[in-house]
Design a protein around this ligand. Structure first.
Ligand code: MLT
Length: 214
């Protein structure tokens, strides 16, 4: 298996798992409380990004803030998808919903575009377009929630709107919400993500563990 340091919290056996993807400088522990808050009994798979920027873990290299090394984005997104598919077999999991923040949301968006089979859907918190020339992909109605901040100094509104259009154009069922906040997370992110997951769980039928979070 492509090795990633990771945490796995088993949750309920029939729950739709969450793939937790931290922001720059985070690690595999960072988003566990957020995962537990939005889906209390979901299995949680939480890898640590392998790229170090001045000692801070990330999921891919960047040349400057918001300027990505796109060859590395492609390579790392594929490597992460490989890890997810192997870890899912090892732990007996269904395809997860990614819950990514900032750099973690960006690598989740790249996975959706390049390796859509690895994810059931995604919640992208403060995400931007990860690849300037996106591959043709068929997201076949995968559910995607994007939550952006109207005052985000890192992600321009036009960029998150473009991401929403890109994913919609590839066939995803995108819900794009913009909150009156900056790059940091707010209570409203948690509330929206929990509600959206419950809607997805209802539509998904079997994922009862998520429904317990309502
Ligand atoms: C990125 O590098 O993925 C974005 O600029 C977000 C960040 O990590 O600051």
């Amino acid at each position: 298996m492509s090795a990633f340091i990771h945490r796995f919290e088993p949750g309920a056996p029939d729950g739709r798992p969450l793939l937790l993807l931290h922001g720059t400088g985070g690690d595999e522990n960072d988003l566990i409380p957020l995962g537990e808050a939005v889906a209390p009994s979901a299995p949680l798979l939480s890898p640590r990004g392998k790229v170090l920027e001045h000692g801070m873990p990330r999921f891919f290299r960047r040349l400057a803030e918001g300027v990505f090394d796109e060859n590395d984005v492609r390579h790392r997104a594929d490597e992460l998808a490989d890890f997810v598919e192997n870890a899912s077999k090892r732990y007996g999991l269904a395809a997860p919903i990614a819950l990514g923040y900032s750099n973690g949301a960006n690598v989740a968006a790249a996975m959706l575009l390049r390796q859509p089979q690895a994810l059931f859907g995604a919640i992208l918190l403060r995400a931007m377009v990860p690849l300037s020339s996106a591959p043709r992909s068929d997201l076949g109605d995968k559910p995607v929630l994007i939550i952006s901040g109207a005052q985000d100094p890192i992600v321009p509104a036009s960029n998150s709107a473009h991401l929403a259009e890109l994913l919609r154009g590839a066939g995803a069922a995108v819900n794009h919400r913009v909150l009156p906040v900056g790059h940091g997370l707010s209570n409203e992110d948690v509330t929206l993500a929990r509600r959206w997951l419950n809607d997805v769980a209802r539509a998904d039928g079997g994922a009862t563990a998520l429904a317990k979070g309502s």
